[in-house]
Design a binder for this molecule. Structure first.
Ligand code: SAM
Length: 197
């Protein structure tokens, strides 16, 4: 018999700012504030690496085909960026299924980043966690410095998508890859996924 911890879906938070009819001024700050109050783990804390991995497996199982669409393996020796990493689900995946040369998580939510740091400390890896300015579209990376951009459930929260896509293109190495799933669907599936090199 497997004795383990059971997880259930966190209670649904209210709609994020861009799904309400809020004033678009300061929308970046409103998005950051929202994701600081709410997050995808409902601020779950993990007592052990096993606990953290069990939660990751449970979360991946919630979305049909997620692990295949957004793989975290085969990034040995690469510079990997998780854009909008939240509390660190997929960073844990990359840290445990690949051996990246650099693993970087960026987000605008200080509370989620604090939880990502705490969770990653349970796993044997080096991971850089960087807080972005919610009102800036610039990413703090050199041109052609990233091999792989992974972004899950983030792009539809951006007030303006195009500047970020341009930044992805700027920071990706010439043969780099971006794998992006913009939005979770209520059905437990995905609205779309994009992959580009
Ligand atoms: C639905 S959560 C997804 C979190 C994580 N990718 C996952 O799959 O568990 C959306 C995340 O996007 C982040 N986000 C929103 N606007 C952002 C921005 N301008 N730059 C980076 N991250 C942003 C939020 O803070 C939040 O952590």
């Amino acid at each position: 018999m497997r004795i383990g911890r059971w997880f259930s879906s966190p209670p649904a938070p209210p709609p994020p700012p861009q799904e309400r009819n809020d004033n678009r001024k300061n929308e970046g700050a409103a998005v950051a504030e929202y994701w600081t109050q709410y997050n995808v783990t409902a601020h779950e804390r993990f007592a052990s690496a096993a606990d953290s991995l069990a939660y990751l497996r449970w979360r991946n199982d919630q979305y049909f085909g997620y692990s295949e669409l957004m793989p975290v393996h085969s990034q040995d020796g690469k510079v990997v960026l998780d854009f909008g990493c939240g509390p660190g689900h997929d960073l844990v995946g990359f840290a445990t299924s690949s051996k990246p040369a650099r693993l970087i998580g960026v987000d605008v939510s200080p509370s989620s980043l604090a939880q990502a740091r705490e969770r990653l400390a349970l796993h044997p890896c080096l991971c850089e966690i960087i807080q972005l300015d919610a009102n800036s579209t610039k990413l703090p990376f050199d041109d052609a410095s990233i091999d792989y951009i992974h972004s899950s459930g983030v792009l539809h929260h951006l007030p303006d998508l195009l500047p970020f896509v341009r930044e992805f293109r700027r920071i990706l190495k010439p043969n780099g890859t971006a794998r992006i799933i913009p939005k979770f669907c209520a059905s437990g599936g995905w609205c779309s996924s994009w992959s580009a090199t």
